[in-house]
Design a protein around this ligand. Sequence first.
Ligand code: KG4
Ligand code: ZN
Length: 348
Amino acid sequence: MSRIVLGIESSCDETGVGLVRLADDGTVELLADEVASSVEQHARFGGVVPEVASRAHLEAMVPTAERAFAKAGLTLSDVDAIAVTAGPGLAGALLVGVAAAKAYAAALDVPLYGVNHLAGHIAVDTLQHGPLPKPCLALLVSGGHSQLLRVDDVASGIVELGSTVDDAAGEAYDKVARLLGLPYPGGPPIDKAAADGNPEAIAFPRGMTGPRDAKFDFSFSGLKTAVARWVEGARRRGEEIPVADVAASFQEAVADVLTAKAVRAATESGIGTLVISGGVAANSRLSALAAQRCAEAGIELRVPRPRLCTDNGAMIAALGAHVVAAGRKPSGLDISANPALPVDTIVV
Ligand code: KG4
Ligand code: ZN
């Protein structure tokens, strides 16, 4: 008998509610994926304001859930299990989702699983491309995370190979966009501007690529500073800023480092599949360069469609379904949100 899993996500500025069907053979089918974003409320601050996000989650949670049930043609009584993001993320934002999930689980008397947001970003790919090969490698790049992970089993075994030592990749996009006078979030406008620019116009630094640097860690703050210095220098000289060239050259530096490290990690670990997820996975240059370098190295590349890459509830429902299928123990109603949940804790 197939089972319906409800997924709730509220770790940052997206209130997500997803519904999936877990079939007896372990396949997971997407039924609904409703998202309410508070991104516009944060735009004028150039970054997510935690208190504003928490309040927006509170207002959006029940209406978003209602939309998801309506979309799936299901009612609350159809739910067999609930998964909720327990961390990592913003404390107050996480709490809203965890409280809502507990209330639904108690009212419906179904098991509750507090799960890891980062594992959700990987599990979501199964909704589009089917089961993940074991092992596979995941590159998670968003406004909050930049990680390289070895995924032995998305429901039970994830090991961090490297992560950013300072800014997340998306954060670098957002900060550089601000420097160039482009709107927040900065990824899409930089991607667009870069299309008309020369990626070799300016040789921006490739962070953490020296012989003594950690092989699979990232650093983007030096790159951001280099862009800032370059722009300031041009302004001081009274020159017009070649926005397209700066955007293209910055974007090339980010995509170069991310794909080089990911392909190297896959090759050195003998892993044949790379999954790229998170908001930055929508970047056109990142996916093109990853496709080229993976093809050269004989690695299969999987990138979920942009809608699934950004924060959503379907990714948490998908992870919940894999956790249920793996027979993992439910978390219980006494779980709390953990803003710093480590990536190897997939279920709390
Ligand atoms: O996954 P996401 O929606 O939320 C977080 O968990 O952070 O990622 C948002 C990030 C933002 O920093 C945004 O600038 C970046 O993803 N982003 C992009 C693109 N679209 C979104 N970065 C580069 N190129 C894009 N096309
Ligand atoms: Zn995320």
